[in-house]
Design a binder for this molecule. Structure first.
Ligand SMILES: CC(C)(COP(=O)(O)OP(=O)(O)OC[C@H]1O[C@@H](n2cnc3c(N)ncnc32)[C@H](O)[C@@H]1OP(=O)(O)O)[C@@H](O)C(=O)NCCC(=O)NCCS
Length: 193
């Protein structure tokens, strides 16, 4: 596929978000099984390609869970990001992110993907409040969520069993009015602060 044929759904500064495709399944399976990645997400069991495939098949017709691939501008698929459990009456949703190619961590790709996903959530889907749950030891995820504008709303104490102990879940949420000034700055300067 040449670059002119690329499928793009959302355009960021350094990433594009695009629909997932069947050929992504081996990468998705590799990421979700990687011990360095899965310690941060809700996956404690080995995931087969078949299971990823059935998750992928359902995704196409699911209006409550909208998940896209994160691709660099060079066309490298590095992870996924989405809005889950959308409630169209309350106009809420919960974001989830997974950059599976670890050499891309801490280089601003997650922030860029999150900022364009939030624009889509607020300005296209007309959602009102976007939530996120982070395991307390995931300092990177907490940091990038806070700098995108999320605020801590609460904590579920000793809620998940990880690495031999119960850990807290930090509950975050973001309203459009708190995100808008950060988005304006980000569009102008490429920086969230
Ligand atoms: C969480 C994730 C999506 C973030 O994407 P990313 O591209 O790595 O994040 P960014 O580079 O945009 O931002 C990371 C920020 O955290 C900071 N950070 C990194 N490690 C940190 C730590 N241990 N403590 C505090 N801040 C930290 C970075 O300095 C950066 O902040 P800055 O831009 O102000 O310098 C990605 O790392 C990932 O998918 N990780 C594995 C799975 C995961 O944790 N998913 C989220 C589950 S809630």
């Amino acid at each position: 596929m040449t670059s002119t044929q690329k499928v793009v759904f959302l355009t960021g500064r350094i990433v594009n978000l695009r629909p997932l495709q069947k050929s992504d399944i081996p990468a998705l399976t590799r990421w979700i099984n990687d011990p360095d990645v899965r310690e941060f997400v809700t996956n404690s069991f080995p995931q087969t390609e078949k299971r990823e495939e059935s998750w992928y098949e359902k995704l196409g017709s699911d209006e409550k869970n909208i998940v896209m691939g994160i691709e660099t501008k060079d066309g490298v698929l590095i992870g996924t990001m989405g809005i889950h459990n959308v409630n169209w009456i309350d106009r809420t949703g919960t974001t989830g992110a997974l950059i599976g190619e670890k050499e891309y961590w801490n280089r601003g790709f997650g922030t860029d993907a999150k900022m364009v996903l939030l624009e889509y959530a607020f300005d296209t889907l007309n959602l009102r409040k976007i939530c996120s749950d982070v395991i307390s030891y995931n300092k990177r995820s907490l940091h990038y969520s806070l700098h995108c504008g999320y605020r801590i709303e609460g904590k579920r104490r000793k809620h998940v069993w990880r690495n031999g102990k119960f850990c807290d879940i930090i509950q975050l949420a973001l309203f459009k009015e708190d995100w808008l000034p950060i988005w304006k700055k980000y569009r102008k300067t490429g920086k969230v602060r």
